[in-house]
Design a binder for this molecule. Structure first.
Ligand code: A3P
Length: 345
């Protein structure tokens, strides 16, 4: 009996030991493979080229850790100076579109070691009061970063606000502009759902989507309704094209970012002249949320807030058909201008 117990114990210890050694080897291999990754290649063109040796991945990861500590208030001003931390104006802006997936895009790009995000929507260019405070005010709103990193901010109202293109142009005429779009009718319903939630919270009365989107007098699509107007992407883009050439824009397919984020992010990395660093490892599907979530490393991962991915109300199918028909010619024009066909109905 005693012998049997000893043999069982030995066997258990052997299994546990192998597991421990296996995990240790895995960790060593992972850390080793991070070290072996090529150094970050120069961020070319408008971001200013640098020698590859200046951008070791490990250094940027260490720096990101330090930045995190700084934001939590655990780093002193001296350390900030010592490590060359600066508040830089954005080199790229996610200008819209509201409910297109702007938050998901920003958070996912932030997985890249050379990208630093401005967490809050700053609304500098679309808000006259903020704009009057000047560019230094805007710069001070930016997160600390290292000179070789790029700062990205997102304020979806920029896309539809009249004055914004000129104002951004005055700050940096060669800035890169990201537009994330979704199928226009879905986006409009998502927009409505957000407003509806706000109204319900405040116990305010609200109309059904159908009543807002379709003019009851003419039975035509109501272009005065903001959620409809915002989805006429080409109209807004045309205003931007008075200031920026089309090469400075990149269109992100927001519907694909939901179902298959990696290829969309790889296209953005390319557009921003960043070396490909975001991998499938960084993105995992969370069945409970029904969305992809972010994995920064073996310890830290996160999903977007619950306000992202709301359940939409049911909409009369005939209204959906009407809206899709209405958006169709504008979509065709949008594909033609941007060179990106999105196969919307
Ligand atoms: P819905 O709430 O209509 O589903 P924005 O950040 O511009 O407000 O966009 C919100 C939309 O981002 C959500 O719209 C959701 O569908 C989409 N989204 C894309 N990827 C997501 C992700 N990984 N997690 C949660 N929402 C995501």
């Amino acid at each position: 009996m005693l012998f049997k117990q000893q043999a069982w114990l030995r066997q258990k210890l052997l299994v546990l030991g192998s597991l421990a050694v296996g995990s240790l080897l895995y960790l060593v291999a992972r850390v080793g493979s991070l070290d072996r990754l090529q150094p970050i290649c120069p961020i070319e063109g408008r971001f200013g080229a640098r020698s590859q040796a200046e951008f070791p991945l490990r250094a940027l990861q260490f720096k990101r850790g330090l930045l995190h500590e700084f934001r939590k208030g655990n780093t002193s001003k001296d350390q900030v100076r010592l490590h060359d931390l600066v508040q830089q104006l954005p080199k790229a802006i996610i200008i819209g579109v509201r409910k297109g997936g702007t938050r998901a895009l920003l958070e996912m790009l932030n997985l890249h070691p050379a990208v630093v995000k401005a967490s809050q929507e700053i609304h500098f260019f679309d808000n006259d009061e903020n704009y009057a405070k000047g560019i230094e005010w805007y710069r001070k709103k930016m997160p600390f970063s290292y000179p070789q990193q790029i700062t990205i901010e997102k304020s979806p109202a920029y896309f539809i606000t009249e004055e914004v293109p000129e104002r951004i142009y005055k700050m940096n005429s060669s800035i890169k502009l990201l537009i994330i779009v979704r199928e226009p009718t879905t986006r409009a319903i998502s927009d409505y759902t957000q407003v509806l939630e706000g109204k319900e919270r405040k116990n305010k009365t609200y109309y059904k989507f159908e009543k807002l989107a379709i003019d009851p007098n003419t039975c035509e699509v109501n272009t005065k309704y903001k959620a409809v107007r915002t989805s006429i992407y080409t109209k807004h883009l045309e205003r931007w094209l008075k200031y920026f050439p089309i090469e400075q824009f990149h269109v992100v397919d927001g519907d694909r970012l939901i179902t298959e984020p990696l290829p969309e992010l790889q296209l953005v990395e390319k557009f921003l002249n960043l070396p490909p660093r975001i991998s499938q490892y960084n993105l995992y599907f969370n069945a409970t949320r029904g969305f992809y979530c972010l994995r920064f490393n073996i310890i830290f991962n996160k999903c977007l807030a619950g306000s992202k991915g709301r359940i939409h109300p049911e909409v009369d199918p005939s209204v959906i058909t009407k809206l899709r028909k209405f958006f169709h010619p504008f979509n065709q024009k949008f594909y033609q201008i941007t060179g990106r066909t999105l196969n919307w109905p």
